[in-house]
Design a protein around this ligand. Structure first.
Ligand code: SF4
Length: 101
């Protein structure tokens, strides 16, 4: 899920347009690039949030850039939405484990 965020290039650490001007961007291959954004960014208080996140995670499961997307979300601490097949709560658990490991 790109959500209009200028992602740093994971491989080089170069951020913003400098990275994407010279390298193919993983976001170009995102399985969700034409998906409805509310699937990937469900409103937590909505009755549909769980079902929407499940649908988003199903899209992620078949995404060719899932690894890159999850790395980006973890590295930039994306606080909302499904990225790389994980919800914000699941990513928070990954971060918490990293702090105690
Ligand atoms: S892993 Fe999921 S959120 Fe990330 S680009 Fe692929 S489909 Fe989108």
């Amino acid at each position: 899920m790109t959500n209009g965020v200028a992602a740093p290039d994971i491989a080089t650490g170069v951020s913003g347009s400098d990275a994407s001007d010279h390298r193919e961007d993983w976001r170009d291959h995102a399985a969700c690039r034409y998906a409805e954004s509310e699937l990937f960014f469900p409103i937590p208080s909505s009755d549909k949030a769980g079902a929407q996140a499940a649908l988003a995670k199903a899209v992620c499961k078949a995404c060719p850039v899932r690894r890159e997307c999850l790395q980006f979300a973890l590295a930039t601490r994306q606080s909302h939405g499904v990225w790389g097949g994980m919800t914000e709560r699941e990513r928070h658990v990954v971060h918490a484990r990293g702090r105690t490991a």
